[in-house]
Design a protein around this ligand. Structure first.
Ligand code: ZN
Length: 309
């Protein structure tokens, strides 16, 4: 089948977790079978590539597979499939969360809301500027998660964990993340670096929302994550992804810090194809969902990476 050659676009895809049969309120999981089918489609319609290869001309559209955050299931479920299919993947790891039992705060929040006692109809967040009360509906945990998450997002990460500890104590329930949502341990991280199909990228120390923080603080967090991952892996870490990654999650200071730290590329989550002249430190990406082979192929078509009829 001919490929649309006009655009010269590349495509950077992003995933978070490869897992099956787990609680997934944020819709971040793709099942192993669907991931395998998606990698087949990538090889069929494009040139599976690394971020470093983006600047090298290709006859077929380059497609780069990336993962954000550093979940253990990336090593356990995604890497064997990527190796079997011969598709390189880049994993952006949150360095300070490696091996942390508390995991990612949004996963703790999900546990907390799931274990909410039925007598409780609002959540009281003791944030530093005062107390925030949010009514919780009984129908949709997903909606509850979104409204609480929105309030927490603006806070420093250590404060978010403190607030979740406080609510967990108030309610007398657990706020431990689900075991399947655990981050990589340091030794799993080292295993990951041993795979020839894997490139490691940085994703800050603590998954901080960079935008608006003082330039020095941003730089410190970005540089520390790079240095820690380089120390653990013994490799140069040359690629970065902005946590959350939307327009509202990083600013010009973040981009300057990433560039001056020596990263060759930096990925956002701003949707788009990577044009040949794209700024390498503001690369757009496309999020992949738990789509069947056909739906994934349709998405490639929407993104103009396969021919239109
Ligand atoms: Zn992330």
């Amino acid at each position: 089948m001919p490929i649309d050659m006009k655009s010269g676009d590349s495509l950077i895809l992003f995933y978070h977790r490869i897992a099956q049969g787990v609680d997934d309120p944020y819709k971040l999981c793709v099942t192993p079978a669907r991931f395998a089918a998606q990698l087949d489609e990538i090889s069929r319609y494009g040139e599976p590539s690394t971020l470093a290869e983006l600047s090298v001309p290709s006859l077929r559209p380059r497609i780069v597979v990336t993962f954000d955050d550093g979940y253990a299931d990336n090593l356990i479920n995604a890497v064997p499939i990527a190796e079997a299919k011969g598709v390189p993947i880049t994993i952006f790891v949150t360095s300070g969360v490696l091996g942390r039992d508390s995991g990612f705060w949004w996963d703790r929040l999900s546990t907390l809301l799931r274990s909410r006692p039925s007598s409780i109809s609002e959540i009281t967040l003791p944030v530093s500027q005062g107390t925030v009360r949010i009514r919780l509906g009984s129908a949709s945990r997903r909606r509850d998660l979104q409204s609480v998450r929105r309030h927490l997002l603006a806070l420093p990460v250590t404060e978010i964990h403190r607030v979740l500890d406080a609510v967990s104590e108030q309610w007398g329930t657990s706020a431990a993340p689900p075991i399947d949502a655990r981050p990589l341990t340091p030794s799993e991280f080292v295993q990951l670096t041993n795979s020839e199909m894997v490139t490691i990228g940085a994703h800050t120390v603590d998954h901080v929302r960079l935008r608006g923080l003082p330039a020095g603080e941003q730089k410190g967090n970005i540089v520390s994550s790079k240095e820690e991952l380089e120390r653990l892996s013994g490799q140069a870490i040359l690629h970065f992804a902005y946590p959350f990654g939307g327009q509202d999650s990083f600013d010009d200071h973040s981009v300057d810090a990433v560039r001056s730290a020596g990263f060759e590329t930096a990925c956002t989550t701003i949707p788009g194809n990577a044009r040949p002249m794209a700024d390498p430190h503001r690369l757009p990406r496309r999020m992949v969902k738990n789509w069947s082979r056909l739906h994934f192929r349709l998405a490639l078509g929407r993104w103009r990476l396969v021919p239109h009829h």
